[in-house]
Design a protein around this ligand. Structure first.
Ligand SMILES: *Cc1c(COP(=O)(O)O)cnc(C)c1O
Length: 380
């Protein structure tokens, strides 16, 4: 089955009692048993719910995995993965990680005796150098936020295999439409379904997808024991969103290219970060592992003054100033004062995240309108 057909059909069967083509929202906490232990596979909705099962099956199919687990948020999915570890275990992660991931690693799990190393994974030598006998997980995110760095998934997988550690890939920015990390050797794909997967800025949810049945069982145990499971209505919304994932992503990528090229040629723009541009640092790896380059773009204004960035952000009409990304509507943000404000300025500058950096989540509106909006907001 090709991707678009999977997005619409995978995991979803007509409802057995009525033939309803859409999986119903099974708004129930429990299921009646005929005799103790004699049930239809469903006992209690923290453990299983038919709407969630349909979504999990769809996600497994889209990521070319065999098992998927859904969580109440992307953070809850990350939380479950780290609960595979014990005190003394170590994790190697990208240094420009999603802020919430950095926070749960350093402010929560470090207190439980788990050690985290952060490094620039664009250079695989840095990863190899940090592996020791306590390493259990290599954690990557690609493209990264907000600088859109690309990490070589296959290269990291080779290091992970060699040392027998798990490779986890946060695939939130790319989605399986653009890249399928399990095919490139990752053991677990993690998603904030809140973003492109649901796609309509109306739900918060997360997921883990894998191929290994034992690993899936261990994570399902954690999911059920700790209990951060999503409700059936939210699962329904994500299932509905997935049906147009391929169409939305195609347009996000087309608009992304038009906006990136417009910005690249703008006299007031100093630098554009979009992995589809030839001049992007990791363009070659991006071309190798991604099918297209997505709708996330960052850019820096000439002169690099924070007040210029803020004035530009205030002038937008169609790009709404808001956190999050991946919805049908275009969003803009100022990482230095919003998503990445907790990182000291000096460290931000070292990572290349300057004061006038503006991040765009390019939506699926008409590109001409988006470009006109950029034109008037940046000014001449
Ligand atoms: C949003 C996001 C998360 C966290 O997911 P929530 O659904 O907000 O809990 C993790 N990783 C990335 C890359 C994200 O963008």
């Amino acid at each position: 089955m090709k991707f678009g057909t999977k997005a619409i059909h995978a995991g979803v069967e007509p409802d057995p009692t009525t033939g309803a083509i859409m999986t119903p929202i099974y708004q129930t906490s429990t299921y009646v048993q005929k005799s103790p232990g004699d049930h239809k596979g469903y006992e209690y909705s923290r453990t299983h719910n038919p709407t969630r099962t349909a979504l999990q099956n769809a996600l497994a199919a889209l990521e070319n995995g065999s098992h998927a687990l859904c969580f109440a948020s992307g953070m809850a999915a990350i939380d479950a993965v780290i609960k595979l570890l014990k005190p003394g275990d170590e994790v190697i992660a990208t240094n420009d990680l999603y802020g919430g991931t950095y926070r749960i690693f350093t402010k929560i799990f470090q207190n439980y005796g788990i050690k985290f190393h952060f490094t620039n994974m664009s250079d695989l030598g840095n990863v190899e150098a940090l592996v020791n006998e306590n390493t259990r997980i290599i954690w990557l995110e690609t493209p990264t936020n907000p600088l859109l760095n690309i990490i070589d998934i296959k290269g990291c997988a080779a290091i992970a295999k060699k040392h027998n550690v798990l490779l986890v890939a946060d695939n939130t920015f790319a989605t399986p439409y653009l890249q399928t990390p399990l095919d490139l050797g990752a053991d677990i794909v993690m998603h904030s379904l809140t973003k492109y997967m649901a796609g309509h800025s109306d739900v918060v949810m997360g997921a883990l997808i894998m191929k290994d049945a034992d690993l899936a069982q261990e994570l399902a145990f954690i999911q059920n024991a700790c209990g951060a499971t999503p409700g059936p209505q939210d699962c329904f919304l994500v299932l509905r969103g997935l049906k147009t994932l391929h169409i939305r992503m195609e347009r996000h990528c087309q608009n992304g290219r038009k906006v990136a090229e417009f910005l690249q040629n703008h006299p007031k723009v100093e630098k554009v970060f979009w992995p589809g541009l030839e001049e992007h640092n990791n363009h070659a790896v991006a071309k190798e592992q991604m099918r297209d380059f997505g709708g996330m773009i960052s850019f820096v204004l000439k002169g690099d003054r924070q007040e210029d960035a803020i004035r530009t952000l205030e002038r937008f009409h169609y790009f709404s100033l808001a956190e999050s990304l991946g919805g049908v509507e275009s969003l803009c943000g100022h990482p230095a004062s919003m998503t990445h404000a907790s990182i000291p300025r000096e460290e931000r500058m070292k990572a290349g995240l300057s004061d006038s950096l503006i991040r765009l989540s390019v939506g699926i509106e008409d590109a001409e309108d988006l470009i006109a909006d950029l034109e008037q907001a940046i000014g001449s």
